[in-house]
Design a protein around this ligand. Structure first.
Ligand code: NAD
Ligand code: DAU
Length: 341
């Protein structure tokens, strides 16, 4: 039985992770979360108070981080500014949380000799051409594009340096695009689902040819648990479920599953520097740790996610309007499909 300190546990992936740990292990969990706009404490409702505690606060708070790391066995670091579009509007919190926050955690686990797992992204590797037969592996060179992905890449490099220079007991995982319950409505899939639910047409950046490698959040978190059990210290593991789909296809699938015509969406202003394609080769995780994804049918996973948003309007409705206002303020406007090609 271990005690876990889970940073960012009031966010999308972290809250799903906390639920999984409490359901599938005897471990206890403390969440350290700054409760930014991206969090939702309702995602942690109903958890056993004997095994779960929420501590509001920042990973950049030296004294708080030191005190919490000292009294836990394992740190799992999910907390981040996570949205590419926000990083284009204002990179400053990304630099602070993703770089300085990771530094504070690394120094604390170094002082107290604790196990550390770092949650990262496939975006650190940059992007691939649509017809490139290669996929990202653990040895692909780092080549991040956005302020978000460059701060995540920097945080990964800090972890590698702290492992090598100071003997920190750390591992890293880089995962592809997650979907599932409790994801903020700023993100692609929940944004489109909740648009349809509120009578608004889905919004596709540019022509929509960009490809993302989708994985259900439960499969991501199951992989993290396997790494905590048997991952080798100092190693990086890529997490992906062979889920490459173009954005246009995702929007058409959502519309179809929600009983709308497949072309009932708008093209809007493309993202600056928009990465074209991500694709993960997760052979190492599968062969060394025996992990396999449970959600192999993307359409079925998407249908279940649509059901979740349909039945959890109380969870997302309070932030929907402000999220759309943020996109409008950033200058998002409708474009013609021809202009988007
Ligand atoms: P999210 O934005 O939903 O949640 C982030 C959480 O971190 C929020 O609860 C927020 O309040 C908290 N947070 C932000 N700044 C903080 C600070 N200074 N101190 C403490 N807490 C802070 O993000 P997510 O999608 O759940 O992503 C979690 C992690 O997984 C991130 O590190 C992200 O880079 C990584 N990741 C995400 C995906 C994805 O598809 N969403 C894929 C691969 C990796
Ligand atoms: O690859 C892992 C990454 O996946 C994580 O590291 C990030 O934290 C996570 O946010 C996600 O990044 P993306 O930028 O790929 O996700 P997002 O949901 O913002 O967009 C997915 C794709 O959909 C991307 O190509 C942009 C496009 N998009 C997005 C929105 C919000 C649209 O076409 N329309 C939209 O309204």
């Amino acid at each position: 039985m271990s005690s876990l300190l889970c940073t960012g546990g009031a966010g999308f992936i972290g809250s799903n992770f906390v639920r999984m740990v409490l359901a599938e292990t005897d471990d206890s969990v403390t969440v350290l979360d700054a409760l930014t706009y991206a969090s939702n404490t309702a995602s942690l409702d109903g958890l056993d108070p004997h095994r779960f505690q929420l501590v509001p606060g920042s990973v950049c708070d030296h004294d708080l981080v030191d005190e919490l790391v000292a009294r836990h066995d394992i740190v799992v670091h999910f907390a981040a500014e996570s949205h590419n579009d926000n990083s284009l509007a204002d990179p400053s919190p990304f630099v602070k949380t993703n770089l300085v926050g990771t530094y504070e955690l690394l120094e604390a686990v170094r002082r107290h000799g604790k196990r550390y797992h770092h949650i990262s992204t496939d975006e650190v590797y940059g992007d691939l051409e649509l017809d490139d037969p290669a996929r990202f592996t653990e040895s692909t060179p780092y080549n991040p594009s956005s302020p978000y992905s460059s701060t995540k890449a920097g945080s990964d490099l800090l972890v590698r340096a702290w492992v090598r220079s100071f003997g920190v007991q750390g591992t890293i995982s880089n995962c592809s695009n997650n979907y599932g319950p409790y994801q903020h409505v700023e993100k692609f899939i929940p944004r489109q689902i909740t648009n349809v639910l509120t009578g608004v047409r889905p919004r596709l950046y540019g022509a929509g040819a960009n490809v993302r490698d989708w994985i259900h959040v439960a499969d991501h978190n199951a992989a993290v648990l396997r790494i905590l059990e048997d991952g080798a210290i100092g190693e990086t593991y890529l997490i992906g479920a062979d889920g490459e789909v173009s954005n246009r296809t995702v929007v058409e699938l959502i519309l179809d599953l929600m009983g709308q015509p497949a072309d009932a969406y708008d093209h809007v202003t493309d993202r600056a520097g928009h990465d074209l394609r991500y694709a993960i080769d997760s052979t190492k995780l599968r062969t060394e740790l025996g992990w396999r994804p449970s959600y192999r049918d993307f359409e079925a996973g998407l249908a279940a996610t649509i059901d979740w948003y349909r039945t959890h309007e109380n969870w997302w409705r309070p932030v929907k309007e402000a999220t759309e206002a943020k996109y409008a303020a950033a200058g998002e406007t409708t474009t013609s499909p021809a202009a988007s090609r």
